[in-house]
Write a protein that binds this ligand. Structure first.
Ligand code: MN3
Length: 199
């Protein structure tokens, strides 16, 4: 099928107690899986079936008639990317050198990056995603937020890091406390080696 559900790159309980196995069981096995199933149903028999997922996302972006395919395919991509953005005992201020230098020059240093990223995640109204991206034209790092399934690749940006701020990402462990979830993600969960590899 066109869209595939990847395995989590860590054990379900790898982040407990910061994030429970139950969260990953719902988030990966139910939510992420449903985007795969529903997207594949909509793609079946279309010209886009069996195209690479990035091609499906770019071909359907901004076309309301194909909103169902876009939303499901983009959510599959966003989640597959998100799992790699985190690792046990991650986060914190020790970044790979090249990434640190880029954050210093483009975003004014780690503390400013951190404040802007947390703010984007916390202020995304309703469901969506917070991102660290590289602009494809200028090559500069930027912070952005996207609503619902929207994703940087259709805005001329390359994703380096994301945080899922849909309620399903944090409600089991953090209830309505999105700021606490985002702070924990940044301080203790980011896989900086993966982020640096996306530069
Ligand atoms: Mn999610």
């Amino acid at each position: 099928m066109s869209l595939e559900l990847p395995e989590l790159p860590f054990a379900y309980d790898a982040f407990a107690p910061l994030m429970s196995a139950e969260t990953f069981e719902y988030h990966h096995d139910k939510h992420h899986a449903a985007y795969v199933t529903n997207g594949n149903k909509l793609l079946e028999g279309t010209d886009l079936a069996h195209k690479p997922i990035e091609d499906i996302i770019r071909a359907t972006a901004g076309n309301p008639a194909q909103g169902g395919i876009f939303n499901n395919a983009a959510q599959v991509w966003n989640h597959s990317f998100f799992w790699h953005c985190m690792k046990p005992q991650g986060g914190g201020t020790h970044l790979p050198e090249a990434l640190q230098a880029k954050i210093d020059s483009d975003l004014g240093g780690y503390e400013r990056f951190r404040a802007a990223f947390v703010d984007a995640c916390v202020t995304q109204f309703g469901s969506g995603w917070g991102w660290l991206v590289k602009d494809d034209e200028t090559g500069k790092l930027e912070i952005m937020k996207t609503p619902n399934a929207d994703t940087p690749m259709v805005h001329g940006k390359t994703a380096l890091l994301t945080c899922d701020v849909w309620e399903h990402a944090y409600y089991i462990d953090y209830r309505n406390a999105r700021p606490k979830y985002v702070e924990t993600f940044v301080n203790e969960m980011i896989n900086w080696d993966f982020v640096a590899g996306n530069l």
